[in-house]
Design a binder for this molecule. Structure first.
Ligand code: SAH
Length: 255
């Protein structure tokens, strides 16, 4: 059996209780060494076989799992954040299906949630936006044309750019050329929830300058949108004294 586990964004205590328990039981751990906090490996039991997938290709990962299965061992495949976001888990699952190996997924706290926490930010601010777009700028991995920076920025929603901190120059230019105002608030969160986390609030125009000045070109999220300012919003209906919900009767209403 293989358990795909979300390691969380970085801080060791942000793995789920279930994820930690699986790490403690694992006979084999394959972790994404490029981003997973290696401190999490302290939960591995004595004799646990540990592999860093940053040094492996898909075939080699599958080979390790195959051997573990033949020996009746349990494997944890530890992915950064939540495995469903840029985790390349489908291709692994398809290989496991071919082998007839069972698997399941334990979710994790994605870095986009860690970044919001770092900024004390609500992505879905009433009166500003009710949507979060999780995306990336294309590089070696292509992005469908209909999901280009230009297309998605038309929505005015909060945008969270993964895997794009290496070219904030292009990101800034493309957003601006697409009609996003230069002074639209933007944030850079580097290593959210890690001890060396860094965060910067700037705007679309100054993104490349702030990134360059602070030497940021990876392990960061770029968040763009008016919501970054966390101002000029409307209060929620959910907690409005006049609003009746399934749990609470509003004042001054006949609901
Ligand atoms: N599955 C992961 C994302 C993997 S893609 C998740 O849910 O978070 C790798 C990208 O995620 C990095 O290039 C960076 O853009 C982002 N990332 C991962 N961890 C991060 C962190 N702690 N702080 C900021 N960005 C992070």
């Amino acid at each position: 059996m293989v358990h795909f586990v979300g390691a969380g964004p970085g801080a060791v205590d942000l793995i789920t209780v279930r994820g930690k328990e699986l790490l403690e039981k694992a006979d084999v751990i394959i972790y994404a060494g490029s981003l997973v906090n290696p401190e999490l490996l302290k939960y591995a039991k004595d004799g646990c076989e540990i592999h860093d997938s940053a040094k492996l290709d898909l075939e080699q990962v599958v080979e390790i799992v195959k051997k573990a299965e033949e020996e009746g061992k349990m494997t944890v495949r530890l992915h950064t954040g939540d495995p469903s976001i840029y985790g390349a888990i489908r291709e692994q699952m398809d290989e496991l299906d071919k082998l007839g190996t069972g698997y399941d997924v334990t979710p994790g706290v994605s870095s986009f949630c860690g970044a919001a926490a770092a900024l004390n930010m609500e992505y879905t601010l009433p009166g500003v936006t009710q949507s979060v777009i999780i995306t990336r700028m294309e590089k070696r991995t292509p992005v469908p044309e209909r999901e280009s920076v230009e297309e998605l920025s038309k929505h005015g929603a909060t945008m969270v750019f993964f895997l794009s901190a290496g070219d904030t120059e292009a990101l800034s230019r493309r957003l601006t050329e697409a009609g996003v105002a230069k002074d639209t608030p933007a944030a850079i969160v580097y290593k959210a929830t890690w001890d060396d986390e860094k965060k910067f609030i700037t705007n679309v125009e100054n993104l490349p300058k702030v990134a360059a000045e602070n030497g940021i070109n990876k392990t960061a999220l770029i968040i763009v949108g008016n919501s970054v300012k966390q101002a000029d919003y409307e209060k929620s209906k959910l907690y409005s004294p006049d609003f009746t919900t399934g749990f609470r009767k509003g004042r001054n209403t006949n609901d």
